[in-house]
Design a protein around this ligand. Structure first.
Ligand code: GLC
Ligand code: CA
Length: 537
């Protein structure tokens, strides 16, 4: 069997750590995280063993969507800091050995962006065509409703059109009404937005995360969506032409990467975005919607491997600022602490050993759960506050309700699990969730097979997911027991010789140094997840 050459671009071997800046670290006591706060906490990210940070938007914004509604792409919102802070952050991350990925929103702006303000002035505005304006069935009047049946993401199912009385037309938005869509069929829009990209690449960012990117390609005729037919409001084939233009800009700089948020839930729809002339990575939402079930997870992985060829590199994530945290979603309320911890560690091993680029979300390394917020607390239009509560750095018993995130009053309350699930407390224990992530990330870095190796799923008993990552000279076995029973895994022996497996890492502390399995089976304890060195004897 031949394997891909070892040299791989940085984004294929990197573990990426997502920072939600509002909730990461507050340096000035106003209760809201900021860039200086991030700079002060880069040690944590580097010690964890991440290789890159993705920072959710920090640009000027009225914050209707907490920064995903941009009123000036070329400046930092004062709540987060200044352009000089952004430069410091980039430099400081680089000094920590971390690459920097900025979140760039090509497809829409805030309704307070000067382009939209100008466009809204009337049909003769030179910026009118930056956005999509149309009459409904009754020109000049909202009577009869919007021009077509497209719906917006927020709130889910609401019309994607808002009536603009002063200009007497409807305008199109894929998300909130405060986030009008830019019209990418207009070359002036493409030019202006590619300049935004250049602006940040010139300042030294190593990569960009392209928000909601499938939405830049829409049916130019704006025809109604028809159930059962391809969505005309996004993912229209022209999106690939636009992405080639984006890629040409990236490729005019050395070693820059784009990861697309292709918000499509069937894996075969995201593969076309990963062609050599388009995106290097896309977020794959498949795990965000799967239950804690090895068969479903195994099928999803196998399906993607089938779609992927050597040029297509997977990327995986379990949670982010939009999706519930894995500690909540892959646990049930009745789980005791030990079971909960075992499931968390199993998820950690999965995401950090699969072939592909892993994306971790701040707090995942502490095993944080979603925060139960009292009615009326939280202000996100789409109810995503529970996964966005502040990062706990210290026990609240010592640091107060800000938990080391802020000396002031946090913009959202810190979760109740901060008493034990905070950075300082977990730093002091060799057996904490944080310590486990660190070990795992170190192991990942130290094993070429886990970084770039070929992957094959192996036949396993029901309730077990197991796979092998291989280079020519190294084989790593990953075995995950999703059950409360002992399980016996038969090791693959391609040469018909016996295989042996020696544990490199297990969530069962008592199994940290077990005797090497001497026959071609591996015993898995209840809820055990193992990474082992596999030797074909
Ligand atoms: C993406 C972001 C999300 C945002 C939306 C609109 O899905 O991840 O947070 O609300 O785009 O920009
Ligand atoms: Ca602050």
């Amino acid at each position: 069997m031949t394997h891909a050459p070892i040299a791989a671009p940085w984004w294929e071997t990197a573990a990426v750590y997502q920072i939600y800046p509002r909730s990461f670290a507050d340096s000035n006591g106003d209760g809201i995280g900021d860039l200086r706060g991030i700079i002060d906490r880069l040690d944590h990210v580097a010690d964890l063993g991440a290789d890159a940070i993705w920072i959710s938007p920090i640009y000027r914004s009225p914050m209707a969507d907490f920064g995903y509604d941009i009123s000036d792409h070329l400046d930092i919102d004062p709540i987060f800091g200044t352009l000089a802070d952004a430069d410091d952050l980039i430099a400081s991350a680089h000094a920590h050995g971390l690459r920097v990925i900025f979140d760039i929103i090509l497809g829409h702006t805030s309704d307070e962006h000067p382009w939209f303000i100008a466009a809204a002035e009337g049909r003769d505005s030179p910026f009118r065509e930056f956005y999509t304006w149309r009459d409904g069935p009754t020109p000049g009047s909202p009577v009869g409703g919007p021009p077509n049946n497209w719906t917006a993401g927020f709130p889910a199912g609401a019309p994607a059109w808002t009536w603009h009385a002063p200009a007497s037309q409807w305008y199109l938005h894929s998300h909130l009404p405060q986030q009008p869509d830019l019209d990418w069929s207009n070359p002036d829009v493409r030019r202006a937005q590619l300049d935004v990209l250049r602006f940040w690449l010139d300042r030294g960012v190593d990569g960009v995360r392209l928000d909601s990117i499938a939405r830049i390609g829409k049916d130019p005729e704006l025809r109604d969506n028809i159930p059962g037919q391809p969505d005309r409001h996004q993912n229209w084939p022209v999106v690939h032409e636009y992405l080639r233009e984006v890629r040409a800009v990236l490729d005019s700089y050395p070693d820059r990467m784009a990861v697309g948020e292709v918000w499509l839930f069937e894996q075969d729809l995201i593969a076309p975005y990963l062609m050599a002339d388009q995106l290097q990575l896309t977020h794959n939402f498949v795990f965000a919607r799967l239950p804690f079930d090895p068969a479903a997870i195994g099928t999803a992985v196998a399906d993607f491997e089938k779609l992927a060829d050597d040029r297509v590199w997977p990327a995986w994530f379990l949670n982010n600022h939009d999706e519930p945290r894995i500690a909540t979603r892959w646990n049930t309320a009745t789980d005791d602490e030990a079971l909960r911890e075992a499931r968390l560690r199993l998820a950690a091993v999965l995401i950090l050993t699969l072939r592909g680029t892993p994306f971790l979300y701040q707090g995942e390394e502490l095993g944080l759960a979603d925060t139960n917020l009292a009615a009326g607390v939280g202000s996100d239009a789409n109810a995503r506050d529970p996964q966005r509560t502040p990062m706990p750095w210290k026990p609240p018993s010592l640091a107060g309700p800000g938990a080391g995130f802020t000396t002031g009053e946090p913009w959202l309350p810190v979760g109740a699990d901060a008493t034990t699930r905070n950075v300082d407390t977990q730093n002091r224990s060799g057996d904490s969730t944080l310590a486990f992530y660190r070990k795992l990330l170190r192991l990942r870095r130290s094993r070429q097979s886990l970084l770039t190796g070929h992957q094959s799923l192996i036949n396993s008993p029901e309730g077990v997911l197991a796979f092998v990552r291989s280079t020519n000279s190294e084989h790593s076995l990953i075995a995950l027991n999703f059950t409360a029973e002992m399980q016996t895994l038969h090791l693959p022996a391609p040469t018909h010789a016996l295989s042996t497996a020696s544990h490199l890492l297990s969530n069962h502390a008592q199994l940290a140094q077990p005797p090497m399995s001497t026959v071609s089976t591996l015993e898995l304890r209840p809820w055990e997840s193992v990474v082992a060195d596999l030797t074909h004897g």
